[in-house]
Every structure is written in structure tokens, then in C-alpha cells.
Design a protein around this ligand. Structure first.
Ligand code: SF4
Length: 359
């Protein structure tokens, strides 16, 4: 009877003696059970920082990550001390919240919470221990969280999730070096899902793979989601992969969301020039369904020196004087479709037909 619902509001600053880098500057969104939220943007936009801050692999400077669980809300951003160390140990879950601070939680409660979240990394080569067999790699979260103790039960669960990830008994006896990139990513997914988590961050998890293997991994993740109801935050820079995988998509630029919408709404009717620029760069089989190309000038700004007004004004072909002075408000421009642009009402980037998407 767990429900995943993450209202998330985050800020992450990296401070040096002289400067302050706003890696994530007040993003706010929610993820529901069984849903995938895609997070796209160029390198340096802050996508990975968002994923890591939710899982407390890094500390958010401010904000809340509210996890609704067992009829109450708990704030992951409040974790500290021993509870945070415990949490980080396995990249699994420990909670702390008002009347349910760690001190008041029994060890049974902690064990029940811990395996609820996990992470699939980009690099399937460096994220697997070369000295462990595939069986031991997949079993590790079950053992580390104390979720299962009996070897027979652990083996049964490992075989079950391995089979779902197209890994057979012979594969389980081998070491990671014997596998291709796609097979290694399936091992990473089996490890991330063996505890039946409610929420998994996939951080560029298919970016290093060939296109045909990418499709195979995306289909596997979708099948597992349909079976298990797991929620994904799917971080990627490839918009076509995000479209296949996600129910809703957020577009990030220099630490802020500039657009957030259901996948079909964002891909067919983008309202922000930056989203339009990213979409117009994706090759399309049907030239009539492709967006008019829009060329961005210049580079993504240095997050140590964020432009005034709209952060995108230094590269936006539609910028007007107000864009340089005033920060555009974050507003709902259509049902569940949010955007931050002064000119969103007058700019129409819709296309007649288009990209296959999950929505
Ligand atoms: Fe471009 Fe102005 Fe909209 Fe920013 S607010 S995206 S600069 S038109």
C-alpha cells in the first residue's frame, strides 16, 4: 500500500570563497507511481544534479523532496547524520520526518523503507564490480538492505528479476567483463529493480549504447514499469529516446526548468524557443512533420555568470528588450503544460504530425 508521489522543490548551490554556482535554481515538479518523467537539456543544465539531490547522493542547498508513503509525507531533504550515512550506504531509502524521525523508527520500519529507491548509471562498464559474479551483483541490494536473509529466497528473487532482464542461469555465474554494453546495462537494471523499488533514477542510462540496444533497454524498462508500477526519473539529452520513455517531460536550461508538459503536448506543441530548438535538431523521417529549423547562437552560459532576465535571452532568436530585464514567470499555459517565456502566447511552434511518443 505504498504510493509514490514526489512533490519536489530543489535548489543546489556550489559555493567557493569567491563565487556561487547555482547548479539547480528552484526546480519544482512531481512524479506519480508508475509514471516516467523525462528530464532533458544540454550538458551543464543541472539534470544530473537534480537526480542526485533527490536520492541524497549530494545535499540540496534548500528545498523538499516529499515522498508519500504509508499515508504520510516524509521529506528526504531533511536526512542528516546517521540516517543519511545509512541511506547513502546502499543508495536505498531511509526516512526522517517530524513524528517519524529516525530515532523513533524501529529497525523493522527502516528495513521496510530502505529499498524503495535506486539509481541506474550511464556507464554500464564502471558501475559493475569486476570481481563479483552477476548473481552477487544483483543480490547485493537484497543483502545490504536486510530485505532477505535466506540464501534460497535471495537466489529465487535474483533468478526471477534476471529472467525478466533476459539473463539466464549461465549469465549469473559469469563476471561482468564477459558481457556487452547492452547486457551490462540489463545487469544494472536487474540490480536496481531486485528490491522492487518505487522510484528509480535512470541517469543517461541508455546514452552510451548503440541505437538498436537503446530501443531494447527502453522497451525493457517500460515492460518492468507496467509490471511493477515503478516510477522513473529518466535523464537524457536525446529527445527521441525521452519521447519513447516518458509520460511527462521537463526541459532544463542553466539550472531552471523552462518547460514541463505531458509528452505529446511538449513534442507537438512546444511553447518555449529552447524546447523548439532542441526538437528541431532531431532528424525526422517525414520532412513535412519536422519543425522548422531554429539555430541557436553562442554557447550555454556559464552557471557562475547567469544572464539577467530570461537566462535564455543571450541565445534566443525571439528575444525582446523585456527578456533582458525581467525574469519570465513560470505559468500554466495549457492543461498541465508549464512554461517560462514572456512570448509563449504569441509564438506558435506546433507541427502537424510528428514524433512517436509514449503519451
Ligand atoms: Fe526568448 Fe524572451 Fe522567451 Fe526568453 S522570454 S525564451 S528570451 S522570447
Amino acid at each position: 500500500n505504498l504510493e509514490v508521489r514526489f512533490p519536489i522543490r530543489l535548489k543546489k548551490l556550489f559555493r567557493t570563497e569567491l563565487q556561487e554556482l547555482r547548479a539547480v535554481d528552484g526546480v519544482s515538479f512531481d512524479i506519480r507511481r508508475g509514471e516516467t518523467v523525462g528530464l532533458v537539456g544540454e550538458s551543464g543544465s543541472g539534470k544530473t544534479t537534480v537526480g542526485r539531490a533527490i536520492l541524497r547522493a549530494i545535499d540540496p542547498t534548500a528545498g523538499e523532496v516529499t515522498f508519500h508513503c504509508c499515508d504520510r509525507d516524509v521529506d528526504l531533504a531533511e536526512l542528516e547524520g546517521e540516517s543519511l550515512r545509512e541511506f547513502r550506504k546502499n543508495m536505498n531509502m531511509v526516512f526522517s520526518e517530524g513524528s517519524h524521525s529516525l530515532a523513533t523508527m524501529t529497525s523493522d520500519m527502516l528495513r521496510a523503507f530502505r529499498p524503495r529507491m535506486n539509481l541506474v548509471f550511464q556507464d554500464p562498464y564502471s558501475s559493475l564490480n569486476p570481481r563479483m559474479t552477476v548473481r552477487d551483483i544483483i543480490a547485493e541490494p537484497l543483502i545490504a538492505s536486510g530485505m532477505m536473509k535466506s540464501r534460497a529466497k535471495i537466489d529465487e528473487r535474483v533468478r526471477e528479476i534476471a529472467a525478466r532482464c533476459k539473463l539466464n542461469l549461465e549469465h549469473l555465474r559469469r563476471f561482468p567483463h564477459a558481457f556487452s554494453g547492452g547486457q551490462r546495462q540489463r545487469i544494472c537494471i536487474a540490480r536496481a529493480l531486485v528490491t522492487r523499488p518505487d522510484f528509480v533514477v535512470c541517469d543517461e542510462s541508455v546514452s552510451a549504447l548503440d541505437v538498436s540496444i537503446q530501443a531494447e533497454i527502453v522497451n525493457l524498462l517500460k515492460d518492468l514499469q507496467d509490471e511493477m508500477g515503478v516510477a522513473f526519473l529518466f535523464i537524457a539529452h536525446d529527445l527521441s529516446v525521452v519521447a519513447q520513455m516518458s509520460h511527462r517531460v521537463a526541459v532544463m536550461y542553466v539550472g531552471k526548468f523552462v518547460e514541463y508538459a505531458p509528452t505529446a503536448s511538449l513534442f507537438f506543441h512546444p511553447r518555449h524557443p529552447y524546447t523548439h530548438a532542441l526538437l528541431s535538431a532531431v532528424p525526422h523521417a517525414d520532412p513535412d512533420a519536422a519543425f522548422d529549423p531554429i539555430r541557436l547562437v553562442g554557447e550555454i552560459p556559464n552557471p557562475l555568470d547567469v544572464p539577467s532576465g530570461c537566462r535564455f535571452h543571450t541565445r534566443c532568436p525571439f528575444a525582446v528588450e523585456a527578456c533582458r530585464r525581467e525574469t519570465p514567470e513560470w505559468r500554466e499555459i495549457a492543461a498541465d503544460h508549464f512554461v517560462s517565456c514572456h512570448r509563449a502566447d504569441e509564438l506558435d511552434f506546433s507541427r502537424p504530425a510528428g514524433t512517436a511518443s509514449r503519451a
